[in-house]
Design a protein around this ligand. Structure first.
Ligand code: GLA
Length: 406
């Protein structure tokens, strides 16, 4: 079969327009609409979500767009600019999470997770994305959230964003086979411009926490180490199992329910590794709440410039402590992530930490805007000296969550 003709207007960069143009090129008709959802970075609160704890991610200014149109039959067809010219098509009634594979397991898993009764008609979908894949910036949750809000509207299911996040997590757990928590989907769906999302993973309650970094002359630099990370791999699941074991030995539903003093008193009941895994979760929860207290105070107009600078340095110190805990207690960092965090700090970042599940992926650094370029240069140099692949560096700003674009 020959490749479909290229669109008359070539869109060089990913966008809602390019998603729509690609939809038309591939399917020979115009989409009804385009929906989008962002990637995320997690400011702090790593490996806490599946322990019923707290996390503070924010949606970033990199998005995935889903151009969608209903079909007359009850089939679903998905295509994307990041998976060549081939599309995947299945009857809605035959979606089986155990048999989905590859990138299409994300959107098809979401359609399945809505449940058979909700699936009120077939759809064609074409995705475009500017969220880097494999960097730990939740390109998968961006796919899930963008199609979830599209289907919610087209199928008239009227689910709220917390329910849509649960649908995304179900797809990830059952169709993709990654035993993740709900943080990424929550950030993609509940993010707002200028703010992070404080997630209580037990109640799924969220609150927007304004970051105010720009006003403080700061920004968040992402250092993508371009080293592998795969959640479906064993490391993530093994960490989760350790946490569940610790909670069981301590006789609580989740590590959320344990105070640090209690864990320390029970140290003899746990092997060293399980103890350290649990200690990370408890101290990380405390760091999230400390960061939120600092950021809330930041919003107080009566606060002096000196106090704000101190607060931001304190947030930097929390990021550093989070990284150390993930490296030493939870053991999900890598030499590349450690070097990225250390070299950013040495060059003037207020703090830096790995973000996302770990085992590769990206570091975030809180940097003075005026020093951003110098810090990026220093990190790049440190990677070259260590003989590591050249990292990809870019700044992210807290952005809006999933929405209809057109
Ligand atoms: C991945 C998972 C999240 C969360 C983080 C670690 O991003 O998808 O649910 O567990 O790792 O904080």
């Amino acid at each position: 079969m020959s490749a479909p003709p290229r669109p008359a207007t070539a869109h060089a960069t990913p966008s809602a327009e390019r998603a729509a143009a690609e939809f038309t090129r591939r399917f020979g008709r115009a989409p009804l609409g385009v929906w989008s959802a962002p990637g995320r970075v997690n400011l702090i609160g790593e490996h806490t979500d599946y322990n019923d704890g707290f996390a503070l991610p924010f949606a970033i200014d990199r998005r995935t767009w889903a151009a969608v149109a209903p079909r007359e039959d009850r089939r679903i067809r998905v295509a994307s600019t990041f998976a060549g010219d081939k599309s995947v098509e299945l009857p809605l009634g035959l979606l089986d999470p155990a048999r989905l594979a590859g990138w299409s397991a994300y959107p098809l898993g979401v359609a399945w997770a809505f449940g058979r009764l909700a699936a009120r008609g077939g759809v064609d979908v074409c995705f475009d994305s500017s969220v880097p894949v494999g960097a730990g910036l939740s390109s998968s949750a961006a796919i899930e959230a963008s199609i979830a809000i599209a289907l919610n509207e087209l199928w008239g299911t009227n689910l709220d964003r917390s329910a849509l996040a649960r649908i995304g997590r179900l797809a990830e757990n059952e169709a993709v086979g990654a035993p993740t928590g709900i943080m990424d989907q929550t950030a993609a769906l509940q993010g707002t411009a200028g703010a992070a999302v404080l997630l209580d993973a037990r109640t799924l309650h969220t609150r927007a926490v304004p970051l105010g970094f720009a006003a403080a002359g700061l920004e968040v630099l992402v250092i993508d180490t371009r080293t592998a990370h795969a959640h479906a791999g064993g490391g993530y699941g093994a960490r989760r199992a350790s946490c569940e074991r610790a909670a069981q030995v301590l006789g609580v539903p989740a590590l959320r329910d344990v105070a640090l003093a209690r864990l320390e008193a029970a140290e003899a009941l746990l092997d060293d590794e399980t103890f350290r895994r649990a200690r990370h979760v408890l101290t990380e929860n405390a760091r999230v709440l400390a960061a939120v207290t600092l950021l809330d105070a930041h919003g107080d107009p009566a606060r002096s410039g000196d106090a704000l600078a101190r607060d931001m340095r304190a947030i930097g110190a929390l990021l550093d402590a989070s990284h150390a805990s993930l490296r030493d207690d939870f053991e999900v960092s890598t030499p590349e992530l450690d070097l990225a965090a250390e070299s950013a700090r040495a060059a003037g970042a207020l703090g830096a930490r790995m973000t996302g599940g770990g085992f590769g992926g990206a570091v975030i650094a809180l940097v003075p805007t005026a020093r951003n370029a110098a810090i990026a240069e220093a990190v790049t140099r440190a990677f070259a000296e260590a003989g590591y692949p050249r990292p990809q560096l870019f700044t992210v700003t807290p952005s809006a969550g999933a929405r209809r674009e057109r």
